[in-house]
Design a protein around this ligand. Structure first.
Ligand SMILES: [Cu+2]
Length: 357
């Protein structure tokens, strides 16, 4: 007994010695990147941010081998959004996928175009009484106004006027609207604002309804909207209603990020989600769900898997960066979850930003 006890003890000691030293914990989120409301940026910050977007528009593409229509780094993001549209809209992964997509865009602005802030958001509630007078759309340091001239038919979904003022005056859009494969084109950015629609969907009452939702199952579609034919206006939601209120390229669900306002608009939806999560973090920080398959009447994903989205769900590939730092929904549920595991044994979070009110 004594011998075997000593033998066991020596074995255990051996095991302890052979054990590698514990790995240091991954870095956590100490200084979150600040995402500010666009109109709260100083003139210098507005200029630097808008210049960084223009820089992406002028940089050669990285993804033209996969997406031949892409002519710039900015276009790479349009190509990816267009390619994955059927899998990331009206599905459980809508909010997480777009959160990750925005992070890649912010990273590109910071890493490739010297922007040193966070992605600005557009707080649409501030503009519901009169969207066309918004500082987001007026003046040289803005996204430009409603466009002028005869309405340009897009041939697909979002007709509109050519945007000729603001920081992106007379920019060129290289993607035809609609599903891939994309036709390369060279045309103006289109807008066609509908102030009455903006007044309806950007109303504080609509926001309050969304924030009052008790769980992810109802919260997510309240934000995103549905596609129930023949498309009653009330089913659009803040997301689809907002796209529709801006008109032009923003209406086309495949290529709506041709319009640079797409990103501040979506950052605001992400902010609303983060706000809803923060109101009850114990229950909501890692709460996700809803079917992987698209809901509504337009089944753009021909044979989707069964089941619901969980924190283990692998996001549709985000190929904008060559090496994405995250793959699973659980890693981007917490906007300050860098280095924190959503649950024991799960891959740790990667995000580190905050929305400045
Ligand atoms: Cu989208």
């Amino acid at each position: 007994m004594k011998t075997s006890g000593a033998f066991l003890a020596s074995l255990l000691a051996g095991t302890a010695v052979a054990h590698p030293p514990p790995r240091p914990p991954p870095p956590t989120c100490v200084t979150p990147v600040q995402r500010k409301e666009f109109r709260d940026l100083t003139s210098t910050e507005k200029f630097n941010f808008l210049s960084a977007v223009k820089c992406l528009m002028e940089k050669p593409p990285s993804l033209s081998a996969i997406y031949p229509a892409s002519q710039s780094r900015y276009d790479d993001f349009i190509a990816v959004h267009q390619a994955y549209t059927p899998y990331v809209h009206w599905v459980g992964q809508f909010l997480p996928w777009h959160r990750a997509f925005l992070q890649e865009y912010e990273d590109a602005l910071r890493d490739e175009c010297d922007w040193d802030g966070g992605l600005p958001y557009w707080n649409t509630v501030l503009d519901f009484p009169n969207i066309t007078a918004s500082p987001v759309f007026t003046g040289n340091l803005s996204f430009g106004g409603n466009g002028v001239g005869p309405v340009v038919p897009s041939g697909v979904s979002g007709e509109g006027n050519c945007v000729i003022d603001g920081f992106f005056a007379n920019m060129s859009v290289h993607f035809a609207q609609g599903a891939p494969p994309s036709v390369t084109t060279d045309r103006c950015l289109l807008r066609y604002m509908r102030p009455d629609w903006a007044a309806y969907w950007f109303n504080p009452g609509k926001l309050a309804i969304a924030l009052a939702q008790p769980n992810y199952e109802t919260f997510a579609p309240t934000i995103e909207g549905d596609m129930v034919l023949p498309l009653p206006f009330e089913t659009l939601g803040i997301h689809s209603g907002g796209h529709a209120a801006l008109g032009g390229d923003m209406v086309d669900m495949f290529t709506s990020n041709s319009d640079p306002i797409f990103y501040p608009f979506h950052a605001n939806l992400d902010r609303i989600w983060a706000k809803w999560q923060a109101a009850n973090p114990t229950a909501r920080q890692y709460e996700v769900g809803n079917p992987i398959a698209p809901r509504g009447d337009i089944q753009m994903w021909p044979s989707p898997p069964a089941g619901n989205v969980t924190i283990d769900y692998v996001l549709e590939p985000l190929k904008v960066k060559s090496t994405p730092s995250y793959t699973k929904v659980g890693q981007i549920m917490n906007i300050q979850g860098k280095g924190v595991r959503p649950a024991p044994g799960k891959p740790h979070g990667v995000l580190c930003y905050e929305y400045v009110e």
